[in-house]
Design a protein around this ligand. Structure first.
Ligand code: ACO
Length: 337
């Protein structure tokens, strides 16, 4: 096989951060009409992390970003992207503050909101900047404090989501190097926006001239159609990206699927015919951490020695929007901190 010297974006650092407070299913069962048995059997989740008062998304993003930069051997970056749906403020975006707190004042920085698909969309955006020569080293952070938009009395959503952050550094390199990201498959379907929505807080509600209904500030989810869409969209997208990459399903050493629900992961793996032991999973310990989900599960699996250098990893994600995205990477030999 001939070497492929095309310019590419190569993963060279990874870091994560979880808020220290653990909330178990039994803790939830003390406040809500639910049980550890129900949550574990329907979602695979045992516990999740939740921020304490006074903590916000940028705090998690800075911690994960600092660890990713350290893992990449320090040095500067020339772009910062923060994938988040729970920014510190509706305006301005969170990324400039995160960049400044990391000592990167002056570096271009913006937020990208594609909900649970936000990290894969951000990777694709960073790859585009690097391949086009606009940037040569990019910090991509997925950070969400999704518990801040949940209705604390809604057992269907409180059981599922947790807070967290994960980050990677991408550098310019060549397509034949381990760690080179891509190809990508990205997609969206706005006709199903109502399935996962926070109705208030944006221009639709603010410009309506109607008084605010307090219930509309919380996230709403229609669980069963979301489940079906998640399985279909992630399976189709993952199959497309494999075809683009020229990989067969047997070539996939590890499958990193958005950690929404263990049953969704199992169903996607079954549809694609990926053996169960190749599916990486941490949803039991962190729940659905939205934009942080993919970097958190990759870092956890790498730290546990379940993903090792040379492994061919298939990544797929899905979330509100609807939006979805997939990519592939051959895992590089990086410092895991
Ligand atoms: N504890 C106890 N009972 C519950 C709970 C709970 N935590 N949550 C729901 N129930 C009840 C429901 O109220 C319902 O009761 P009813 O029959 O009296 O009405 C019953 O359990 C069954 O509810 P279903 O919705 O049929 O349960 P299902 O097996 O579909 O599981 C779940 C619900 C876990 C939400 C599932 O539909 C799911 O995982 N959907 C996908 C969710 C998801 O991944 N969302 C994130 C997408 S990412 C993003 O972009 C934000």
């Amino acid at each position: 096989m001939t070497a492929d010297h095309r310019r590419a974006a190569v993963l060279c650092g990874i870091g994560t951060w979880l808020p220290p407070r653990v909330v178990t299913n039994d803790d939830l069962a003390q406040q809500l009409d639910t049980s550890d048995e129900w949550i574990r059997s329907r979602t695979g989740i045992r516990e999740r992390r939740v921020i304490d008062p006074g903590t916000s998304t940028s705090d998690l993003a800075v911690e994960a970003g600092a660890r990713a930069l350290k893992s990449a051997g320090g040095g500067n970056v020339d772009l910062v992207i923060v994938a988040t749906t729970t920014p510190d403020h509706p305006c301005p975006s969170t990324a400039p503050e995160v960049a400044s707190r990391l000592g990167l004042t002056g570096v271009p920085a913006f937020d990208l909101n594609a909900v649970c698909a936000g990290f894969v969309y951000s990777l694709a955006t960073a790859v585009g900047h690097i391949v086009a020569g606009i940037a040569s080293r990019v910090l991509v952070i997925g950070a969400d404090t999704f518990t801040t938009v949940l209705n604390p009395h809604d057992r269907t959503t409180v059981a599922i989501f947790g807070d967290g952050a994960g980050a990677v550094v991408l550098r310019a390199g060549t397509a034949d190097e381990p760690g080179a990201l891509g190809p990508f498959d990205l997609g969206s379907d706005g006709t199903n926006a109502e399935l996962l929505i926070v109705p208030a807080g944006g221009s639709r509600q603010r410009g309506s001239g109607q008084p605010l209904d307090p219930a509309d500030v919380h996230f709403r989810m229609d669980g069963q159609p979301v489940f079906r869409n998640a399985v279909t969209r992630m399976s189709e997208s993952a199959a497309k990206v494999l075809a683009q990459a020229g990989w067969r399903i047997e070539d996939v050493d590890r499958f990193a699927c958005h950690q929404a629900n263990a049953r969704i992961l199992t169903a996607v793996a079954r549809t694609l015919e990926v053996p169960e032991e190749r599916v990486v999973m941490n949803v039991d310990r962190v729940g659905n951490t939205v934009a942080a989900s993919i970097p958190l599960v990759l870092a956890d699996a790498a730290a546990a020695g379940d993903i090792v250098p040379g492994h061919r990893v298939l990544i797929t994600s899905f979330g509100a929007g609807l939006g979805w995205g997939s990519t592939v990477i051959t895992w590089p030999d990086i410092d895991l901190g």
